[in-house]
Design a protein around this ligand. Sequence first.
Ligand code: A3P
Length: 322
Amino acid sequence: ASIAWQNENEEEGNLISSLPKERGWSFPYVYLFEQFWCPSPLIRERNIFQKHFQAKQSDVLVASFPKSGTTWLKALTFAIVNHKNFSKENHPLLTSNPHQLVPPLYTFRGNIHDQILHLSNMPEPRLFGTHIPFPSLPRSIIESNCRIIYVCRNPFDTFISAWAFYNKIKVESLRTLTKEEAFEMFCNGVIEFGPWWSHMLGYWNESVARPNTVLFLKYEDLKEDVNSQVKKVAEFLGCAFTEEEESDGVIESIAKLCSFEEMKDLEVNKSGTINFEIKRFENNLFFRKGETGDWVNHFSPSMVEKLSKIIEEKFSGSGLSF
Ligand code: A3P
């Protein structure tokens, strides 16, 4: 087995060194792997998952481009799926960060085989998160027909949120990116898991082709009317609320439990930490402003013009708009 491992590692080393690379936002390098900018530790994890991870039809995958509302959607999905299991008073979301309850498929750290074993022992339905673009998901996920919920956010707010976040979590040796540098990279699609337009379009097109398997949500719609989105997710996951539950206010209490205001003030999210991707960092970094339209405070007119043009170019005719 160790020779097989060595060969695997060597092949990987060769593969990675042959890929185009750029400086990442939080990783020293991202590599153009299967047409997206992938942090190098993930290439290895992704390949091992491709071979060994067994998805189940009952799995639920929360997918997103980073900084699009992943934390919120993970909280909502967990609360919806478990709405019969926990009372308001002792809900796990009061004491755990959503990324602990809905762990990422890929951890970028530790022994990946242990991680797969850990995932295989999770109670069903298993809830996972991922930032991997649709075409690069493990085959087993696509073949299992398990359900995928994607959250998309307008690129203006996504950019500002990402710029603020990555500069805080980046590896220490990396220089802080100025807004102008980051914007240039963003416009070229160079960012962890980017280009963002193909990420969004990959899931969008799949949600159009297979609406019973992929549900496409928008951060802005969640902000505008979270109750109707909660109902939609529950129906999609086959755990719709009964009339009695609806009149008891179950939907409203899920929305409140997962709201930005409630979550950011929980002790676990104020002072707790999480071992996430490259390092341990504070849960409070997942909660910044939680608004739509904060970008207006940061964009110059020429930035607005440039990004609007890219959006127009990339999304026209797709049916997806912002
Ligand atoms: P801002 O940086 O604009 O405030 P992700 O969870 O994908 O990392 O996205 C993070 C963004 O979602 C941040 O946006 C964060 O503040 C916001 N967010 C986190 N929890 C939220 C919640 N419960 N409701 C609304 N927005 C939330």
